[in-house]
Design a protein around this ligand. Sequence first.
Ligand SMILES: *Cc1c(COP(=O)(O)O)cnc(C)c1O
Length: 480
Amino acid sequence: MELIFEISKPGRNAADVTASDVPAVNIEDAIGKKYLRTDLDLPEVAEVDLVRHYTNLSRRNFGVDLGFYPLGSCTMKYNPKVNENVAVLPGFTGLHPYADDESAQGNLQLMYEMQKYLSNIFGMAEFTLQPAAGAHGELTGIMMIKKYFEKKNEKRPLILIPDTAHGTNPASGALCGFETVTLRSNSEGGVDIDHLMSLMTKDVAGLMLTNPNTLGLFERNIEKVAQIVHGKGGLLYGDGANANAFLGKARPGDLGFDVIQLNLHKTFSTPHGGGGPGSGPVGVCAKLVNYLPVPRIIKTGHSYSWSGKFPDTIGRIRSFYGNFNVVVKAYTYIRSLGAEGLTHATEMAVLNANYIKEKLKPYFDLPYDRVCMHECVFSGKRQVAQNGVHTTDIAKRLIDFGYHPPTIYFPLIVPEAIMIEPTETESKETLDTFCDAMIAIANEAKENPQRVKDAPLTTPVSRLDEVLAARKPDVCWKRS
Ligand SMILES: *Cc1c(COP(=O)(O)O)cnc(C)c1O
């Protein structure tokens, strides 16, 4: 595709500006010559070419609104358009961040209610909406754990993290100055209880656990795990990015978690990807409430206000009040589904994942053959052994069938991992055609492996050097 600069022709334009009816000002006098750019090299194109250029560019992208996007761990569920309609109401978008509390009552009420809803759904004492994404929420949670032990005058330099954890977990622990210790999984894909017992000492601040874990499996021994951690005075941190698997079914607070982060941009259906804005609220149990970030919303009678007067707070962790518009979308989602709708969403997400698991089981290795939660993890080991077709080849071939590939090579404990998360919004027909494509690729890997290794065959470019593209992105263009 040509760049917009390449289709530019001098003198063409897409705007028709009428002559000004106010006296002209000498711009050099008004601004100063040294501030005026004369080398501005802007593309000049007609409106129709402009529209076609960007429409064609957008067609080279892939999103949930275009097709099935089973990217495991990322919960790429459909984002209902009503969320967008509500988030763009002028009362939400037009309010100045420095507006005084009195003129922001409606927005403060929404945030206050959102905190209450989340506390209710997840069984926590209190929530903050400040963190900008999941990893930022983890950092916030771990900072509170650190402060909690500082206040108690306990030196606990270690934090336990299972070998199935998302990479952001050890990163968050390390950023807070903890040394991370890897906790092994057992043959069922859960926490190895013996290993936990041997590691859990008075030097350990806590355990960061994802439940269901990144294998899509619910931790059957969760109460025992909580008991062991609490027994040594530690705290149990919950990575709640997989909350889509248990809404209305289980509450982390009831399971023994002391602090959790959520990913509104996953579970609560707000758009994400490409580094766009997220929201990672953090919920805490009663003994951590005083450490929450400030400012916090206070309700007095019928009015809402911000307060910073909490001496034990970890402080402010983001400018202003978090990604407010993402919160509005998630709030709309909760209000439009209600308790029954959220529970139903979880049931369908789990059903869909198990449907795919059962349908593809004859064709791909399934290392942990248990009922899964909202996602299932296969291994491409069989295809490697047969004809040297790797998981990456299978993922690339799926693009030719019109699908976004699943997450691959994660979690790390599954060789050649293929992690499929269908989400609740997909119909049986979509799941069936996706499974047909996966089965066709499994057969192709046997009969015509080279075709799979050459994929994708239908895209403008085929295999890119993904490492080079990330490390040394070539995004500059020079006019020849
Ligand atoms: C997505 C995810 C995260 C990180 O969330 P971000 O919003 O991308 O920072 C952490 N843990 C798990 C299990 C996740 O799936």
